[in-house]
Design a protein around this ligand. Sequence first.
Ligand SMILES: [Zn+2]
Ligand SMILES: [Zn+2]
Length: 143
Amino acid sequence: MSDSNPEVSWLRSRGYRLTPQRLAILDVLRFANGHLTPSKIYQQVVEDLPGLTEATVYRTLNFLAEQGLVLVAHLGRGQLVYEIAGHDHHHLICKECGDMKEIDHLEIKALYDQFLEDTGYQINTIHTTFFGLCPDCVANSSK
Ligand SMILES: [Zn+2]
Ligand SMILES: [Zn+2]
């Protein structure tokens, strides 16, 4: 099954080794619905790969992120989360309660076009986090 997924073909076509750790972590992320913390990923992968260390999970995630196969995001409070790359999006995070919302990249694409026009910079950051207050916390803070 793993062999037919696009990330695996991508690695193979560039001559990277398909180590069991790389395959297992990609599988976990592909079937996760959204973001996972490295320790969550470790807990799931170690079931199939006893002997795996958390350090290896971190190294593998770094590698996959460098290859653009995995996206990494800061969710505040030093927490990093990972997810499979594929759809271009950003995150809105409430600083008060930690609630998170995903926005499609198309919603802010016009801003990137404006940057290009104004500065000549072609921005390719597609996984950004915007911090603020969610509607509930806005409502609570105005009481
Ligand atoms: Zn994301
Ligand atoms: Zn909130």
